[in-house]
Design a protein around this ligand. Sequence first.
Ligand code: TXA
Ligand code: MG
Length: 331
Amino acid sequence: MILDGNQPDALQQAAAALGRGELLGLPTETVYGLAADADNDAAVAQIFAAKGRPSNHPLIVHVADIDTVTRYAREVPLFAQQLMEAFWPGPLTLILPRLPQAARASTGGQDSVGLRCPSHPVAHALLLACQQLTAPVWGVAAPSANQFGRVSPTTAAHVAAEFGDALLVLDGGACEVGIESTIVDCTRGVPVLLRPGAISRDAIEQACGMRPLSREDMPEHTPRASGTLLAHYAPSAKVRLMPAKQIQTALDVLGPDAANIAIYSRQRMHTSARGVLLQRMPHEPHAAAQELFAALRAFDDAKVKLIWVELPPESADWEGVRDRLERAAAA
Ligand code: TXA
Ligand code: MG
């Protein structure tokens, strides 16, 4: 059932459902989440079951404010504090050392916890309503609301398509960011970028004075992060990344008989084939991120067999979009 997330009644109903240990489809500025009380192990187990996700893959815990971090994190290094102050509420997740009793099932038993304070007004209002419950819910665990390995949802209708009508979903409109939060591991003394997102490597460096390392820079470091598995975020159609010129050449070779192909490119492409779906990708990286997953879902709905995507630029501001497309292409 989809409820308007801007209605106070709907927020109360959703907070009460979380308090009872039920699941909720939750809008955030990045993507929609499949939410449960982070400290209720049985509720969290339902998330893993519904998604078909291995239960040792840790979930992000969403909090209403910076103060609530001390309920989950044992320690907050200075650079993590600086990142929270610069980017919260917003699309940044910080991995911090976990307090032993907190969010055990949500973290898959790891000694760290991923925390994020979302900026979406509906998510924020819900987190505040959860704090007001007679038995308050302080942290809301929420992975992206998609079946394991599939494209993340950016509308309430996408969530309903993944989990059916029985799930209570708060409708908060189309997500503004469109790709999942940037994840920074803050447990290693220096910031390590685990997942690129709208908050870029450059922005992180500016805020804390340290250039974030990459996972590959830490050879011994293998976090169980499903967003970091290759071949994640895949539509049903086969995705291929190519330079614009190569796409145009392939279209020219196939000629009017080309069929069941979607082209998603920043540059304009030409074809005489009627069976080819031409769609332009925005030239600006944030706009491209905002519509990326919805575009991939729409190509699937159009029943194409191939999606040819123009390689995004190499610059830091495109890192999030590039990462999602590379994973989709690896499937
Ligand atoms: O934008 C987002 O982050 C969305 C919205 C709903 O907030 N959530 C999201 O969750 O993308 P999910 O579960 O699809 O991805 C969370 C990522 C996973 O790759 C997970 O393994 C990683 O965060 N993660 C969470 N806790 C972690 C921890 N303690 N250590 C390492 N990685 C962690
Ligand atoms: Mg996910």
